[in-house]
Design a binder for this molecule. Structure first.
Ligand SMILES: [Zn+2]
Length: 414
């Protein structure tokens, strides 16, 4: 084996096909000449690789575009409906299941709350939802269904789809969810940490397209981060990398479920935010606030956007705690871009400004200036939108095994 892990002509060709496919995906209106410039392959090489991708019905010639010196060339695009995947977003309090095409477009979906359900009932709910979506597919779509992708709160162990632990959810320890779904539906099933799925979605479809070192921060009921390094998820030795929610920001703070003390997510998760908001609604009863019982994070965000000072202060405080997590990320990884997403990111600009101000205060000015920190804009949310790409990514990695003509894949191929 070489140092790059390329063991045969098949693998080398897969690697090259994947580069070409990803280049076509990364920008609209790519021509063969653009691909030569982007990938560094020869014109003959590109012509051959594009020919293979067209034969496999993954890529289509689109239309004539004007190039330099008045020359015209044919642009290429991904055949959007060459394959489908089922995506499952398994969150702490709900499950969404949807059908995605290869470009991450959501074609249909369903949603169920799993609030206060036990482990077995939750797994039943997920399989019912997958069943419903499969029923909704026509025969052609079902034949082109390449697999199932699951995003789950973590940490997850390795890549075998076992959930290591979900904080605030007793019972979810060492659960082989992906294996269970794969056995039930007979489709290749891949599970990833929701933060990694989100980073993948940002890299493939969002603001992080072509960004070499990308970090996605999940600011939800839990807090975590996903890393994309040169187009690949960086998971560390045990796929635990990015668990910033369980890094200490208060060394003598309260004990967390993970065993550590004063963890970041105890200060800026949406659970922590809502807990504090409810306490304020009950104890301080600020003017214009609803009562504590039915209070939601979105209501507090709306109050904050309208300028209500207590709500505004609460959002800014969360932004500052999150900002400390972001500062630690910058110092540890020096990424080009950090995308903030999920429930807390719905607080919008106000939260982002607080994060920015902490970063400006606490990071070396040159680095603070160069690191782009943005709010996610992917719809539906990246932890769901990216589930399909978990499957597509595996297909792209083994293209030489995909026969010409409409894609049909067997379990052993992925
Ligand atoms: Zn913790």
């Amino acid at each position: 084996m070489t140092q790059f892990g390329i063991t045969s002509v098949g693998h080398l060709q897969d690697h090259n096909l994947r580069r070409v496919l990803e280049a076509i995906m990364s920008r609209d209106g790519m021509t063969r000449q653009d691909l030569v410039e982007t990938t560094g392959f020869s014109p003959a090489g590109i012509s051959k690789l594009v020919g293979i991708l067209i034969d496999k019905e993954l890529v289509q010639e689109h239309n004539l575009v004007s190039r330099r010196r008045g020359r015209r060339a044919i642009s290429l695009r991904i055949n959007e409906n060459c394959m489908y995947s089922l995506g499952v977003r398994f969150a702490r309090n709900y499950v969404k299941v949807g059908i995605f095409n290869v470009m991450g477009r959501l074609l249909s979906s369903n949603y169920r709350s799993i609030e206060e359900q036990d482990l077995e009932t939750t797994i039943e709910t997920i399989t019912d939802q997958i069943d419903d979506q499969m029923q909704a597919m026509d025969d052609e779509m079902r034949a082109k269904l390449m697999g199932i992708g699951i995003s789950a709160p973590g940490p997850l162990f390795g890549t075998d789809g076992r959930i290591a632990l979900i904080s605030n959810a007793p019972g979810w320890r060492n659960v082989a969810l992906a294996e269970c779904i794969q056995e039930r539906f007979g489709k290749p099933t891949f599970m990833e940490h929701d933060a990694n799925v989100s980073a993948l979605a940002e890299y493939w479809y969002g603001q992080g397209r072509n960004v070499r070192r990308l970090v996605y921060v999940v600011a939800d009921r839990g807090v975590g981060a996903g890393f994309m390094l040169d187009g690949a998820i960086y998971g560390g030795m045990n796929n635990i990398a990015g668990e910033i929610g369980h890094t200490t920001i208060q060394f003598n703070g309260p004990k967390c479920d993970c065993g550590n003390y004063g963890c970041l997510e105890m200060y800026c998760s949406s659970l922590a935010f809502l807990r504090k908001a409810k306490w304020i609604a009950k104890e301080e009863r600020p003017a214009g606030w609803p009562g504590p019982h039915r209070l939601t994070t979105d209501q507090v965000f709306e109050l904050a956007v309208d300028g209500e000072p207590v709500a505004k202060h609460l959002v800014e405080e969360s932004g500052r705690f999150l900002g400390i997590g972001v500062v630690n990320l910058i110092n540890a990884f020096n990424p080009d871009m950090i995308v903030l997403g999920d429930e807390m990111a719905r607080a919008g600009e106000l939260l982002l400004q607080s994060v920015h101000s902490v970063v400006r205060e606490r990071v070396i000015p040159e680095i603070a200036e160069e690191t782009r920190i943005v709010l996610s804009q992917i719809i539906p949310e990246p932890a769901f939108a990216g589930t399909g790409s978990l499957v597509v990514k595996r297909v792209f990695e083994s293209l030489s095994q995909v026969e010409d003509g409409p894609l049909v894949v067997s379990r052993t191929q992925v």
